[in-house]
Design a protein around this ligand. Structure first.
Ligand SMILES: Cc1ncc(C[n+]2csc(CCOP(=O)(O)OP(=O)(O)O)c2C)c(N)n1
Ligand SMILES: [Mg+2]
Length: 735
């Protein structure tokens, strides 16, 4: 194991930067059993001292052979290095990817997966599995290596060898819809840890709802690995602050504290005391000063994390990025590029790895794969427990089976929702949304959600269903605080928890700007969150242009796999929610008014679910002189304008078009029945108090708003922007 070598280049620069060495250049030891430490080993050693553990002297330190023996346990090293070298080789073969993080965090990941996590590789969806989120998604080879080693069918040797290639199940960043065993899609830093908060909230809620004395039906832990980048991103602060408030004791996050991100040493921009910050959030914080080798300390920290049931735990694992690479460790050089052939060889030598690329020693593989039987046993035991639970608690057991395990919707929910919409009187659509939410709360036990501190404006409280708080996680009203971005990512986690919860979340439509990245990930991850977005146009009035959406509808219409609904009346609001509930793999935004709207005379639930339908047409044969199309509050304008136009002898068709995306899913004959070629684009006018962008596809002319809004009473602002019947009539008459 002993190795004698020099550490030069970037390592020397890192040393001088950190000031840990009295001389910038280390000297070579002549001893066969010791060598001069690379800077980060020294850093780790100093930290070790700070933690009250065995000390290795700082400057010009000669690290004892014991440290070179890595964990001090040859077999453990074999397993940890199996993870390291699969990750190194995967990146090397692809000549693309991030080897440094997996190399540094392999000991922590190994300790966690091998000794603490319950999972069934042959059934990645085992409901009571411990969840693992790789928030530092760039280190994706870490999770692929683990899935392969533990015998998941989703990642085989071919996949490892085709990392980042088209068609492989090992994409650049982990994608939940691509690779079984990957719980959430990560890559945009910070999102994953917030997903983990959502998963832990889902677990706490389901456990509080279904567990009975002697029957901990659901008691899994949620683990995450996040890096400096995740900790720096504001979104993680939002969700982790909430996690601390909620005391999510089953959430354990390992922070890869390696002091390196893309620009180099994090000292250039990130020097706060992260531990103190998380303590202030209400977390238990545990330091592991030498995560490169000290698996006992990692294990102890995880145990302490599990033992702390009323707080989430942050384990700050200090590591060296690219551990084992003599020239690229502790440097951003190992962050985001293959090590290169020579450096891989040097790393092999340093870590004592004797195996060719992609080869895992059989005894290590056998050891990893022993988790297959263990996982199957765990699931078997759980199944037996559930059978007993069902016989003792038949009603809850049946609800768990159908709602939580199978994700079935209870019968009758839609009939009730539709009946509500058809029977309801006109109102502001946010009020109609509030009533729809009550119907869904009553009919769907898995329906949970809330607002980012705008519940009285968004009207999102489900009356009688309690608040999810630390002491009452069975509550179904979620209180996100003013944390839109965190809210979005938490909701993604709630869906991806595997408990088949259906979350909605709410804010003003304009503030989707603050949660767009999470919404985009919902769309990409095939996550059916429902977004209740009120105050949907300049008509909201006095709050002015900072609060008035303009380009928002267009921007979400441009986003793949998301339903952008803007319903006009009670029937359409109910239909929009129905689509939201049914669309388990597509998120749905429902944009709602602050101001009153009329109830449409021919409003159609089925038509609204199809995205667009004909409200009225006074032509015979479907070739009206004009077609007015509108969404939400402007449908009233179109209806009234059509009436005026008809008085002057025109034939006019009025189309309500609450959701373009749903309309595009319909077959050609339906589309023609709504927007026939017989009415050419030049005779079609769209009416929407929002950017005209995109409407040209359906209509040759627009009544729209293509500037920022204005502060003033809603009706005055609408008038200022020509959102009037007179203007619609005038524009249409000119066609
Ligand atoms: C939101 C976001 N911004 C920027 C990036 C690009 N990026 C990928 S990794 C990284 C640095 C991450 O540093 P760290 O988390 O410390 O990872 P390490 O280098 O230690 O592996 C950056 C900026 C990203 N993936 N997501
Ligand atoms: Mg880092």
């Amino acid at each position: 194991m002993a190795f004698v070598g020099t550490f030069t280049g970037v390592t020397a620069r890192a040393e001088s930067r950190r000031g840990l060495l009295s001389t910038a250049r280390p000297t070579v030891s002549s001893s066969a059993s010791s060598f001069v430490a690379p800077a980060a080993l020294k850093r780790a050693s100093v930290a070790k001292h700070a933690g009250g553990m065995t000390m290795v002297e700082a400057a010009d330190t000669v690290v004892p052979a014991a440290l070179l023996k890595q964990t001090g346990d040859d077999f453990k090293d074999l397993c940890i290095n199996s993870i390291r070298f699969l990750s190194i080789d995967g990146v090397e073969k692809a000549n693309s990817g991030h080897p440094g993080m997996p190399m540094g965090m392999a000991p922590a990941a190994y300790t966690l997966f091998q000794n603490y996590m319950t999972f069934n590789p042959k059934n990645p969806n085992f409901v009571n599995r411990d969840r693992f989120v790789l928030s530092a998604g760039h280190g994706s080879m870490l999770i692929y290596s683990l899935l392969y080693l533990y015998g998941y069918d989703s990642v085989n040797m071919d996949d490892l060898q085709n990392f980042r290639q088209l068609g492989s199940r090992t994409p650049g960043h982990p994608e939940n819809f691509e690779t079984a065993g990957v719980e959430v899609t990560t890559g945009p830093l910070g999102q994953g840890v917030c997903n983990a908060v959502g998963i832990a909230m889902a677990e706490a809620h389901i456990a509080a709802t279904y567990n009975k004395p002697g029957f901990d039906l659901v008691d899994n832990y949620t683990y995450a690995i996040m890096g400096d980048g995740c900790v720096m991103e504001g979104i993680s602060g939002e969700a982790c602050s909430l996690a601390g408030h909620l005391g999510l004791g089953k959430l354990i996050v390992l922070y890869d504290d390696n002091n390196i991100s893309i620009d180099g040493n994090t000292d250039i921009s990130f020097t706060e005391d992260v531990g103190k910050r998380y303590e202030a959030y209400g977390w238990q914080v545990i330091n592991v000063p030498n995560g490169n080798v000290d698996t006992d300390a990692i294990a102890k920290a995880i145990e302490d994390g599990k033992a702390c049931t009323d707080k989430p735990t942050l384990i700050k694992v200090t590591t060296m990025i690219g551990f084992g690479s003599p020239n690229k460790s502790d440097s951003h050089d190992s962050h985001g590029a293959a090590l290169g052939k020579d450096e891989v060889e040097a790393t092999r030598e340093y870590l004592g790895w004797k195996h060719p690329e992609f080869e895992v020693p059989q005894k290590a593989l056998d050891h990893f794969r022993s988790k297959i039987d263990e996982g199957a046993e765990a699931e078997k035991a759980w199944n037996a427990k559930f059978a007993e639970y069902k016989s003792k608690f038949p009603e809850l057991g049946a609800q768990f089976e159908s709602g939580v395990l199978k994700g079935e919707l209870p019968s009758g929910w839609e009939a009730e929702l539709k009946a509500y919409g058809e029977g309801a009187k006109a109102n502001a659509t946010r009020k109609l949304s509030e009533a729809s939410l009550q119907v869904l709360a009553k009919t769907i036990p898995n329906w949970v959600g809330g607002s980012a501190d705008l519940a009285p404006s968004n009207l999102t409280i489900m009356e009688g269903y309690g608040d999810f708080q630390k002491a009452t996680p069975e509550g179904r009203n979620l209180r996100f605080g003013v944390r839109e971005h965190g809210m979005g990512a938490i909701c993604n986690g709630i869906v991806l928890s595997g408990y088949n919860l259906l979350p909605y979340c709410a804010t003003f439509f304009i503030f989707t700007d603050y949660m767009r990245a999470a919404m985009r990930l919902a769309a990409l991850s095939q996550v059916g969150v429902v977004y209740t977005m009120t105050h949907d146009s300049v008509a909201l009035g006095e709050d002015g242009p900072t609060h008035q959406p303009i380009e928002h509808l267009a921007s979400y219409r441009a986003m793949p796999n998301i339903n952008m609904y803007r319903p006009a009346d009670p029937v359409e609001v109910a239909a929009a929610y129905a689509v939201g509930v049914e669309s388990r793999k597509t998120p749905t935004i429902i944009a709602l008014t602050r101001q009153g709207t009329k109830k449409l005379e021919n409003g159609s639930y089925e038509g609204a679910k199809k995205g667009a339908y004909v409200l009225s047409d006074n032509s015979s044969g479907g070739a009206a002189d004009l077609c007015l199309m509108a969404t939400g509050s402007e449908v009233d304008l179109a209806v009234d304008a059509a009436e005026e136009l008809r008085k002057s002898g025109k034939t006019v068709r009025v189309v309500s078009m609450p959701c373009w995306e749903r309309f595009e899913l319909q077959d050609e004959s339906y589309k023609q029945s709504v927007l026939p070629d017989a009415i050419p684009l030049t005779k079609r006018l769209s009416v929407e108090a929002m950017s005209s962008f995109g409407w040209a596809k359906y209509a040759g002319s627009q009544v729209s708003i293509d500037t920022f809004g204005a502060s003033g009473p809603g009706p005055a602002v609408m008038k200022l922007f020509n959102m009037t019947v007179e203007n619609v009539v005038a524009k249409a008459s000119a066609l």
